[in-house]
Design a protein around this ligand. Structure first.
Ligand SMILES: Nc1ncnc2c1ncn2[C@@H]1O[C@H](COP(=O)(O)OP(=O)(O)OP(=O)(O)O)[C@@H](O)[C@H]1O
Length: 482
C-alpha cells in the first residue's frame, strides 16, 4: 500500500470515521479524516482513495462525480445505490476487516494506475522507443517505472530481439542516474580472456599489448548504469570476479593494485534459461541471486501480436526519418503478420519493414506482396481486367517485338500444328482477318506452353515471356482451362 499518497475518510459518523482511520493506519496507510468541503476545494491528485460515509448538506453523487480521477469506497450498506458510479470501487462495512479493506485499496490503486490520461499520455512521453499498447507491454512499463527509482540490480529475460536493451535504456532514463552514462557490454561478443580488462580496465604493461592504461566499462559507467548483455555467455572465471564486485562494490584494473569504488547500477540481460544453466553448472547460483533482485520478463512478439500494427507504423516512421521510403500495409496484410510466429521478435519485424520499404516504395503492401513465410491468410488475388484494345495492343507488341523471329529460329516445331498460323510471316494473297488470326495464334502458343509445362501456369508464362497474371488473364479471355 502507498505510504506517500494519503487516504481520506469522510464520514459524519465521527466514531465510525475514527475507527476506520485507526484500522487503515494499522495496515500502513496514511489515512486522515477529511470533509466534503476539502474534496470540493482540492485537486485530489495526491489522494489515492476516498472512503465516503454519512454526509449532511452535500449530495453524495455530486461529490463523487466531481472527482472522476479519484476512486471512492462507500462506508455502509445504505449507500449501495451509488455503486453504479464508475469511480465507486466498492462498499466497506463495519467491522473493518483486514481482507476486504486491503482488497478494496488494491482495486483503488489499479483504478489510479490505469487512468487513461496518466498511462497513455503523460507516462508514454517519458519512455524512449518502447512501443506497444497491449497489457503485456503496459506491464513492462509499470515494472520499469517501479524499479527505475531504486538502485536494485535488474535481470531482463526474454527471447532475442524482444527489446531487452530498450528496456535497460528506459530504466536508466527514468532513474536518478540519468545524467550519468549508460554503458552496454555484450558479454557474449568479447573473448573470455579480454573480458576482464574490458570490464575493469588495465594498467600500462599489465599484459602483452597493454601499451597504455585504459579504463574499463565499470569505470566508464561510474555514476550511471552498466548494461551486461548476454550475461549467460560470461565465462565462469569472470562470473566469480563479477560476483566479487557486486558484493564488495570495489574492483581493481588488471595489473593494478588500487581499489576503485564502483558507483554503478547493474542491469543484466540474457535470452538463456539461467536456472537450467545453474543445474548444468554453467552459471553460478550466487551470481544469479545477486543479479536477479528484480527480474523483468520481456514478452515475445507473438505474445503481444496486437502490437504488430503499432510497431510497424513506428518502424516505418523511423526509417522514413532517415531517408527511407514510405510504405503502407493493407488491413489483411496486417492480419496476416499478426498470425506470424516472429521467432526473431521485433528485430525480425524491423528487418521485414525495411525490406518492404525497398521493394514497394510509396506503395501499399498486400498479403501476396509479403514474403511467402509471412503469408498466413488466404486471400483471392486481384487480377486486373483491361479493356480489349489494351490487350490487343499488348498481344501485337508481344508477337512483333520479341515473339516470332526467335520462335522460328529456336524451335522449328513450334508451328507444327493444323492451324494456318504455322506460317505467320507470309501474308496470303486473299488477305487475313488479323484480329482472329492473332487470337488463334495466341491460343495455339499458350496451349503449347501449357502442355509442355504440365499445365503449370507460372512456368508456361515464363516460356511465353509474360507475367503469370497476364497469362491467367489471357486463359480467362480465351476460356482455356488447364
Ligand atoms: N518495444 C519496442 N518498441 C520499439 N522498438 C523495439 C521494441 N523492442 C525492440 N525494439 C527494436 O528491436 C530491435 C532489437 O531490440 P534489442 O536489441 O533491445 O533486443 P534484445 O532483446 O536486446 O536482443 P538480443 O537478445 O539479441 O540482444 C532494436 O532495433 C529495437 O529498437
Amino acid at each position: 500500500m502507498s505510504l506517500t499518497n494519503s487516504t481520506w475518510v469522510i464520514d459524519e459518523n465521527e466514531n465510525r470515521a475514527n475507527k476506520l482511520v485507526a484500522s487503515l493506519c494499522f495496515i500502513g496507510e496514511h489515512a486522515k479524516v477529511a470533509t466534503a468541503t476539502d474534496v470540493q476545494e482540492s485537486a485530489l491528485h495526491h489522494v489515492e482513495t476516498v472512503f465516503l460515509g454519512a454526509l449532511t448538506g452535500h449530495d453524495h453523487e455530486t461529490l463523487i462525480k466531481s472527482q472522476p480521477e479519484t476512486p471512492f469506497i462507500l462506508i455502509g450498506e445504505t449507500l449501495r445505490p451509488l455503486l453504479s458510479l464508475a469511480n465507486v470501487i466498492g462498499i466497506l462495512a463495519e467491522p473493518f476487516a483486514y481482507a476486504p479493506t486491503t482488497e478494496l485499496l488494491r482495486d483503488c490503486q489499479e483504478y489510479k494506475r490505469h487512468l487513461p490520461n496518466l498511462t497513455n499520455s503523460k507516462n508514454e512521453k517519458r519512455f524512449d522507443g518502447l512501443i506497444g499498447a497491449t497489457s503485456e507491454i503496459e506491464h513492462i512499463r509499470f515494472l520499469i517505472q517501479q524499479v527505475a527509482k531504486t538502485n536494485a540490480n535488474v535481470l531482463i529475460l526474454g527471447e532475442s530481439g524482444t527489446g531487452k536493451e530498450v528496456v535497460a535504456r528506459n530504466i536508466h532514463l527514468l532513474s536518478n542516474r540519468n545524467s550519468g552514462p549508460f554503458i552496454p557490454v555484450n558479454c557474449g561478443a568479447i573473448p573470455g580472456d579480454l573480458l576482464e580488462s574490458e570490464l575493469f580496465g588495465h594498467e600500462k604493461g599489465a599484459f602483452t599489448g597493454a601499451i597504455s592504461t585504459r579504463k574499463g566499462r565499470f569505470e566508464m559507467a561510474q555514476g550511471g548504469t552498466l548494461f551486461l548483455d548476454e550475461i549467460g555467455d560470461m565465462p565462469s572465471q569472470m562470473q566469480v570476479k563479477l560476483l566479487r564486485v557486486l558484493q564488495e562494490r570495489v574492483y581493481e584494473r588488471v595489473g593494478g593494485g588500487k581499489p576503485i569504488k564502483a558507483d554503478v547500477r547493474i542491469i543484466a540481460a540474457t535470452h538463456r534459461n539461467l536456472e537450467t544453466m545453474i543445474e548444468e553448472d554453467a552459471f553460478r547460483e550466487d551470481l544469479y541471486y545477486r543479479l536477479n533482485v528484480f527480474p523483468i520478463e520481456n514478452p515475445s512478439l507473438r505474445e503481444r501480436k496486437n502490437d504488430v500494427p503499432l510497431l510497424l507504423q513506428e518502424l516505418i516512421k523511423r526509417n522514413v526519418a532517415v531517408g527511407g521510403a514510405n510504405v503502407k500495409f493493407t488491413e489483411r496484410a496486417l492480419d496476416s503478420l499478426k498470425e506470424h510466429g516472429w521467432p526473431g521478435n521485433v528485430r525480425e519485424l524491423s528487418n521485414l519493414v525495411e525490406r518492404m520499404q525497398i521493394m514497394f516504395p510509396e506503395k501499399v503492401v498486400d498479403v501476396s506482396d509479403l514474403p511467402k513465410k509471412y503469408q498466413h491468410i488466404d486471400v483471392e488475388e486481384y487480377i486486373p481486367e483491361y479493356p480489349e484494345e489494351i490487350l490487343e495492343r499488348q498481344a501485337l507488341n508481344d508477337i512483333f517485338s520479341e515473339g516470332f523471329g526467335e520462335f522460328e529460329e529456336n524451335d522449328s516445331d513450334a508451328f507444327d500444328t493444323p492451324l494456318d498460323t504455322s506460317q505467320p510471316a507470309v501474308l496470303p494473297a486473299e488477305g487475313i482477318e488479323l484480329k482472329s488470326y492473332l487470337a488463334e495464334l495466341e491460343v495455339c502458343l499458350i496451349e503449347q506452353a501449357l502442355e509442355r509445362n504440365e499445365n503449370v501456369v507460372a512456368r508456361a508464362a515464363e516460356v511465353l515471356g509474360v507475367r503469370r497474371t497476364t497469362l491467367v488473364e489471357k486463359m480467362k479471355k480465351y476460356n482455356l482451362n488447364n
